[in-house]
Design a protein around this ligand. Structure first.
Ligand code: HEM
Length: 316
């Protein structure tokens, strides 16, 4: 008698997510790859444009990471409160959280750029705070959506983030504050503690995600997939707002580059066309180049950007 065919196993939540975001990812990848040269020489001689981008993108990370922290720090439930879902504990991965590292970067960038530009950064942060607020409120009210934000925004760093970091590093020490040691440059957002350039953190996060995902109902999984797709739209809104405020220079000391003209010039330049194509195929590219870029830095304490106290590496 023929042995029975094993029943096909249903896809994991990560597999569902990877399939669902493919189209959105390609579009956003191209949008970002096209704009990356604007942050760098020869288009600019200091990291002010990059700092502005970081300040706005940061809102998305702080939005969900602060909501996550808030939910985890709830006192043990009494009858009147809903207990913190256990998957939020499960998913918490050592050395993954980004907000302190972003804070350190903004602090170091503002030191380098000086008081006038620090004020401009503060204004930009204030003018775009709605990205933080809406993300924070949504995640606080719907804790299962934290899985969508964590998966999308952390995997963005493990994949595209490495490509972006390699491009940014090419600007050299003079651009990033003068130190010959890359570990002193304000690019901690893209770095991970440890010797594996975050590969161990990524593995551990994905392992935990699989366990956490199993704790969700079918409806919650569907919500996570839908939200992950939507996050790409939110990220695109961040890019569009940066185009308007930074490239066009609407009252924030925008990039004195000739605004739209500069963007158009950059978008039409052969290097960007090549860069766009590179972005599309950069998984293979990264597999070759990535291992050469392993580097870490000491984690020091200090005063974070725009007044926040910054501690050492966060713990799970
Ligand atoms: C310059 C910009 C970017 C580049 C070059 C880039 C590149 C990549 C590459 C090469 C991969 C691996 C694809 C694969 O496994 O088949 C990837 C995966 C991923 N990226 Fe990006 N990315 C960029 C921006 C972003 C952004 C802004 C987000 C989030 C908003 C994002 C979210 C993700 C996610 C969630 C994955 C995992 C997909 C999966 O595992 O199948 N990426 N990215």
């Amino acid at each position: 008698m023929a042995s029975p065919t094993p029943a096909p196993s249903s896809p994991t939540l990560q597999e569902e997510l990877a399939l669902a975001i493919r189209h959105e990812h390609t579009a956003l990848n191209q949008l970002l790859s096209n704009r990356l040269p604007l942050c760098l020489p020869p288009h600019t001689s200091d990291p002010f444009i990059y700092a502005q981008g970081l300040c706005v993108v940061r809102h998305l990370y702080t939005g969900f990471e602060y909501a996550w922290e808030t939910l985890l720090s709830q006192p043990p439930s009494d009858d009147s409160s809903i207990p913190t879902p256990s998957y939020l504990h499960t998913l918490r991965t050592p050395n993954l959280s980004r907000h302190l590292r972003q804070s350190r970067d903004v602090h170091d960038l503002s030191q380098q750029l000086g008081p006038h530009r620090t004020i401009q950064l503060e204004k930009l942060i204030g003018a775009t705070i709605h990205f933080h607020k809406s993300t924070f409120t949504l995640n606080l009210q719907h804790p299962h959506l934290i899985l969508a934000y964590a998966w999308t925004l952390y995997l963005a760093i493990f994949n595209g983030g490495r490509f972006i970091r390699a491009e940014l590093e090419k600007a050299g020490p003079g651009f990033w504050g003068g130190s010959p040691d890359k570990r002193d440059w304000p690019l901690e957002f893209f770095n991970f503690a440890g010797k594996e350039d975050g590969n161990d953190v990524e593995r551990e996060f994905k392992r935990r995600f699989d366990i956490a995902g199993e704790e969700l109902s079918r409806q919650e999984k569907d919500d996570v997939v839908a939200e992950a797709k939507r996050i790409f739209g939110v990220f695109e809104a961040v890019v569009r707002e940066l185009d308007r405020r930074v490239v066009d220079g609407e009252g924030f000391g925008g990039v004195v580059l000739g605004g739209r003209m500069a963007l158009r010039r950059v978008l039409q330049s052969p290097s960007v066309v090549v860069g766009g194509v590179l972005g599309w195929v950069c998984r293979g590219w990264w597999m070759v180049v990535g291992p050469c870029l392993g580097r870490r830095r000491k984690i020091s304490g200090g005063r974070g950007a725009l007044g926040h106290e910054v501690q050492g590496e966060e713990k799970a």
